[in-house]
Structures are given as structure tokens and as C-alpha cells.
Design a protein around this ligand. Structure first.
Ligand SMILES: Cc1ncc(C[n+]2csc(CCOP(=O)(O)OP(=O)(O)O)c2C)c(N)n1
Ligand SMILES: CC(=O)[C@@H](O)[C@H](O)COP(=O)(O)O
Ligand SMILES: [Mg+2]
Length: 635
């Protein structure tokens, strides 16, 4: 343990002296601003190499320092909502030396990880869950007569998710729960947070009667020689108390929640005072902390669109500019195609759950602001609001990441499909994504949504089919439709040589005895496999079904002409397209075996998309080997 009595005694970077939270608690208060500065510099240098959530984490440096000095993690669990802002927490809990592998296979994950540390609790990267975890933990502590606290750090964006309010209702219903809710209010999700809640929070943040008054007091009092700081910290307590009285906190206190704030989330003294107060309150309390996303780093602050929320690749540590070339991504093609469709059809409107930029909706919002709706991080509401828009005679397009669509299954099934409403869902990041880990893989949609009666599902294989299938979807008003495509760069065209039995033929050997059905972007892998098989004298046809929610009788009869049917999909194998084809063939008495390649039903650690495909055998080497074996067995 390094002596911290006299900060000047040890000029080593403080960060290097921190082995864990105990070392942090041993630091003198006057050393903390230097530590915060070191952490900021460390974050920028480290995340610039790997990509990651630099903006959100620069915003919680002081907050996380204060949290770990006031509370006793892990006895007092600190639960981070969404978890993308937990890098500082990882640094302070002894993992600074592992950031060179951030978000990389075998390295530090970009979210809390129980395998990494006893200080980590929630690994799910989906927003708005933290308060429910905290409420459950606190009830468990009460039952076990534990007198520890539970701290939940939830962003203003995550607070727009309905589940957070379900939890708040329960937390506020019991005044004995030792829950400290820290609302990390930076006014942003990616873009500025939307809705009445956001307006209310902004009102509190921008309360003119408070900010300048505070600034004046701070400057005048702190300038008093010798006693200035002591006098100011004494005023702090009084000010926070006065704040409670002055600023109308109806929104939370009406719920029965004790409200503390708003607190300057970059003022360590103020934060510490407020968190100490919350810790000693003895019941559920909400601390409203005002922070800036990207705080302390001009390139992040200057990024109007997203304040460098989540640069997925390396960037220049000085300018923040992305390194590496720009490629045309699936999202870009969708973004342009949506505008083309919307310009031709004024009934088309678009909805996003706080991700207009990442899902490609933003350009349409620029051009047609009255026809684009950002509902906050609220996919369930987005879905049923779209049902309402459809009932009003419009054709809504709901753009979400495939993994986040999971939570709106009931709304898709009953609020949209049972009413046969013309809503088109566009699922970006479908299949294996990579660095964000298993809760971000869009691997369940093909299995989960294909059981929805009347929902048509398309999986485009390239930019051309994305445009075509989006046009087909938004012009079909007979019921709902869903398109899904992966993250990353897109191939402009994988041309079909023929169309037969509702299939696009992409590759055809003469006298082929194997039919390979590839779903969406898996066409490239299927073609590489077929070419390798062909060279070995194993003849096949590769075909793309385009619409993957059903298999026509015509297509099944065609499959009966082959000795072996192979399916390849970027989705969980259980209940996927391969199962659908096998069932359709059984139903029609077609006996050819089906060899189905999909993502195994297990939690797969993060990595690049290629690393994960290698791990699960979604490679031409493995497909060639497995198909060749199957052919040999049939001889
Ligand atoms: C259910 C769900 N929808 C969308 C996302 C994508 N997402 C990740 S972070 C984020 C913004 C979070 O905003 P906030 O909670 O305010 O945290 P901040 O980044 O501002 O600290 C979003 C929309 C998600 N993780 N989960
Ligand atoms: C935390 C979160 O859910 C998003 O920020 C996500 O990390 C973005 O993923 P992409 O990098 O694929 O857009
Ligand atoms: Mg926010």
C-alpha cells in the first residue's frame, strides 16, 4: 500500500498505485482530481486502440470514483445499466492492465463480467434492467438480514425504458429497501434523450435559478483563504438540502422516492457528499447526477450526433477521427433505400428506439422530420405505437437491432400480427455481431419470429436484394414483414443465374445432387463452399430463398430431386430455417436428409465475427468437410 498522506511524496501516476478499491479509499481527497485526469487520459489512449464506448465512460469518471469511495463493493453491489459505461469501474477494481484487450476475444469485455471480477454483477448489455436487478438484490438482502446497500447506475436514456418504471414502482413501494438509484443524466442516449421524462430532467438540469447561483457561491466561498474549501463543503450539504426544497422534484418524490439532486457529476466533493447522504438515508433514494458524455475530451464533446458514444473501431487519440477506411455498410444501403421508398410512398413513416444514427434512420429524419419518431429506449412501445400508426392508415418501418427486437416479441405477435397490420421491422446487426458479446448477437430472430402467424421474413444477401426486399415489404399492406441483415460491409450484388421454385439460383453444377439453401448474407460462405466442393467433384446447386418464414410446396418438391439438402443461416440452429426446411420436407414425405448449419444454442464469448464463425464451424473448411462426409455416407 502506497503512503498517501503526503500526495507530493509519490510522483508515480496514482493509477499505477491502485490495485483495487481499498487503495482508492486510501487516497486523500486532494489526490482525486489528479486520479480523474489520469483515468481520462488512460481511457482515451486505450479505447482509441480498440474502439469502444469512450463517450459514456469519460462522463462517469468522477461518479465512479465517488461510488467506490463511498460504497463497499462487492458487499454493496454496484449495478451498471446497459453496462457500456463500466470501464472506469473496471479500472478502479484492478483491471487497468487488461485494457489492451478491450472487447477482444480473451480480453476484457466491454461490459461487466462475473468471470472477470467479484465486483461485476450484470452482464446483459440491454438497457433498462438495472433497477429490477437492484430491487431483487435489495429484497434478497432484506430477507437475509444483510445490511448492505445496492447501487444502480442508470442513464437518462435507459430511464426511458418501461422496465425501469416497473422497477421504480416496486422500489418506491417499500421504504425499507436499501437501494441507491444513481440517475446518470447527460441528456443523451446516442442523440439527445427524448420524451416528457427527458424534458423534466432537462428542466432540473438547466434550472436557471440554480446553476449561476451555485457557481457564484463556489467561486466566492472557495476564494476565502484557508477556510474556503471547508466553508464550501459545509455549504455543499446546506445547498443540496436547499436544492431539494427549491427545485420541484415532484416526478420522483410523488412516487414516494427520496430525491437528492441535481448534483454536479464532475464535482467529487459534491458527489461524495450526496452519495454519503444517500447511503445513510436508510431506504430507497434517487440521486440525480448531472454529467457530460465525453467530458474532458473536446473531440467527443464536439461530436454533435453521438458525442462518441460507441466508435466501434480504432480512432485517433488526438482528433477522435476514425482510423481505417470507410466501407459501404448494410445500414447505409437500408438508409438510402428507405428514403427512396418514403419519397415514393407518403404513407411510410419510421420509428427508432433511441438509435436513429446506428440504424440508419437519421437521414430520413433530416429530410422528413415529421415522419420519423424516436420513442426512446422503448422497443415494446415502438412496436405497438407502430401498430397504432398502421391503424391510422400508415405503413410504419421500425428499425432496431435484431437483439433488441427480442424484448418486443409479444407486441409483434399480438399487437401487430394478430391484427394483420402492415408494419415492417428492419433488424440490423442480425446474426453474430462480435465485440459486444452474446447479449448483442442478433441470433434469435429467425427462430423466435418465424412462429408469428402472417409475419413475412426476408433475409437479403446483398445490397441489391436489400433494396428489392424492402420495396416488397413496404408495398405489402396485407400484414407485417421483417427484414434482417448483419453488421458490417455489404456486397453490392451476388447475382442470381436463374430463378426457380421461388429460389434465386446462385451457383449450379451440372447433375448436381446437393441443394444448398443459404439464408441472407450466408450466400458468400455457401458459394465458397460450393466452389470448393465442385473442385472435389461434389456437385451442388446454391440457392437463396429470399423470404425465410416458410417453404413452399413447390420448393419442397424441388428439394426431393436431390440426395442431400444443406441449409446455412446466421441464426441459432434450434428452430431456425434449417428446422423449417426439414419439417416442410417431412410434411411432404421427402426423405432426403437435411444438413443444417447454424449458430449453436450456447453463450458464445465475444470476438470478431470471423473469430466466432471459426469457433462455431461456420467456415468453408468445415462445411466442405461435413458435406463431403455426408456424401460419402450415402454412397
Ligand atoms: C434495449 C436496448 N435498446 C437499445 C440499446 C442500445 N444502446 C446502448 S447504450 C444506449 C444509450 C444509453 O443512454 P443512457 O442510458 O442515457 O446512457 P449513457 O450512454 O448516456 O451513459 C443505447 C440506446 C440497448 N443497449 N438496449
Ligand atoms: C451499448 C449498445 O448497445 C450499443 O452502443 C452497441 O454497443 C452498439 O453496437 P454497434 O457498434 O454494432 O453499433
Ligand atoms: Mg444518457
Amino acid at each position: 500500500m502506497t503512503c498517501h498522506d503526503d500526495p507530493s511524496s509519490d510522483q508515480r501516476p496514482l493509477l499505477e498505485t491502485l490495485g483495487g478499491v481499498e487503495d482508492l479509499k486510501a487516497l486523500a481527497p486532494e489526490e482525486l482530481p489528479r486520479l480523474a485526469e489520469e483515468i481520462r487520459r488512460f481511457l482515451i489512449e486505450a479505447v482509441a486502440k480498440t474502439g469502444g464506448h469512450i463517450g459514456p465512460n469519460l462522463g462517469v469518471v468522477e461518479l465512479t470514483i465517488a461510488l467506490h469511495r463511498v460504497f463497499d463493493s462487492p458487499d454493496d453491489p454496484v449495478v451498471f445499466d446497459t453496462g457500456h459505461q463500466s470501464y472506469v469501474h473496471k479500472i478502479l477494481t484492478g483491471r487497468a492492465d487488461r485494457f489492451d484487450g478491450l472487447r477482444r476475444r480473451g480480453g476484457l469485455t466491454g461490459y461487466p463480467s462475473r468471470a472477470e471480477s467479484e465486483h461485476d454483477f450484470v452482464e446483459n448489455s440491454h438497457a433498462s434492467t438495472s433497477l429490477s436487478y437492484a430491487e431483487g438484490l435489495a429484497k434478497g438482502f432484506r430477507l437475509q438480514k444483510r445490511d448492505d446497500h445496492v447501487v444502480a447506475v442508470i442513464g437518462d436514456g435507459a430511464l426511458t425504458g418501461g422496465m425501469a418504471w416497473e422497477a421504480l414502482n416496486n422500489i418506491a413501494g417499500r421504504d425499507d429497501l436499501p437501494v441507491v438509484i444513481v440517475v446518470n443524466d447527460n441528456g443523451r442516449s446516442y442523440a439527445p434523450t427524448v420524451g416528457g421524462l427527458a424534458k423534466r430532467l432537462t428542466g432540473l438540469r438547466l434550472d436557471p435559478s440554480y446553476e449561476p447561483a451555485l457557481e457564484k457561491i463556489k467561486t466566492q466561498v472557495e476564494s476565502i483563504p484557508v477556510f474556503g474549501r471547508a466553508a464550501y463543503s459545509a455549504l455543499h450539504a446546506a445547498k443540496t438540502g436547499i436544492k431539494d426544497a427549491l427545485s420541484p422534484q415532484g416526478m420522483f418524490s410523488d412516487l414516494g422516492l427520496k430525491y437528492v439532486g441535481p448534483i454536479d457529476g464532475h464535482d467529487l466533493d459534491e458527489l461524495t457528499g450526496a452519495l454519503e447522504k444517500a447511503k445513510n438515508f436508510g431506504g430507497p433514494v434517487l440521486v440525480h447526477v448531472l454529467t457530460e458524455k465525453g467530458h474532458g475530451w473536446p473531440p467527443a464533446r464536439a461530436d454533435e450526433a453521438e458525442q462518441m458514444h460507441a466508435p466501434s473501431a480504432a480512432f485517433d487519440p488526438v482528433t477522435g477521427e476514425p482510423l481505417g477506411g470507410k466501407k459501404v455498410r448494410w445500414t447505409n444501403v437500408f438508409s438510402e433505400a428507405l428514403i427512396e421508398q418514403a419519397e415514393e410512398n407518403e404513407r411510410i413513416v419510421a420509428l427508432t428506439a433511441a438509435m436513429a444514427g446506428p440504424t440508419g434512420i437519421a437521414p430520413m429524419a433530416e429530410k422528413m422530420p415529421e415522419r420519423v419518431f424516436d420513442v426512446g429506449i422503448a422497443e415494446q412501445h415502438a412496436t405497438t405505437s407502430a401498430a397504432g400508426l398502421a391503424l391510422a392508415g400508415l405503413h410504419p418501418v421500425v428499425a432496431v437491432y435484431a437483439t433488441f427486437m427480442n424484448r418486443a416479441f409479444d407486441q409483434v405477435l399480438l399487437d401487430v400480427a394478430m391484427h394483420r397490420l402492415p408494419v415492417t421491422f428492419v433488424l440490423d446487426r442480425a446474426g453474430v455481431t462480435g465485440p459486444d458479446g452474446p447479449s448483442h448477437y442478433g441470433m434469435w430472430d429467425l427462430s423466435v419470429f418465424r412462429v408469428v402467424p402472417g409475419l413475412r421474413m426476408a433475409a437479403p444477401r446483398d445490397a441489391v436484394t436489400l433494396r428489392q426486399e424492402l420495396a416488397e415489404a413496404v408495398s405489402d399492406d396485407s400484414g407485417p414483414s421483417m427484414l434482417r441483415f448483419p453488421t458490417g460491409a455489404v456486397v453490392e450484388e451476388i447475382a442470381a443465374s436463374d430463378q426457380r421454385h421461388g429460389l434465386d439460383v446462385l451457383h449450379e453444377d451440372e447433375e448436381a445432387k446437393i441443394l444448398v439453401l443459404s439464408v441472407g448474407a450466408m450466400a458468400s460462405l455457401a458459394l465458397e463452399t460450393a466452389q470448393r466442393l465442385s473442385a472435389d467433384g461434389v456437385k451442388s446447386i446454391v440457392a437463396d430463398p429470399r423470404w425465410v418464414d416458410s417453404v413452399s410446396e413447390d420448393a419442397v418438391k424441388y428439394a426431393a430431386e436431390f440426395d442431400l439438402v444443406v441449409t446455412v443461416e446466421d441464426g441459432v440452429r434450434e428452430g431456425g430455417y434449417g428446422d423449417l426446411v426439414a419439417a416442410a420436407m417431412r410434411d411432404h414425405g421427402v426423405s432426403a436428409p437435411v444438413l443444417d448449419f447454424g449458430i449453436p444454442k450456447r453463450w458464445i464469448d465475444n470476438g470478431t465475427r470471423a473469430e466466432i464463425f471459426e469457433e462455431i464451424g461456420m467456415t468453408a473448411d468445415n462445411l466442405v468437410e461435413r458435406i463431403s462426409e455426408a456424401v460419402k455416407e450415402r454412397r
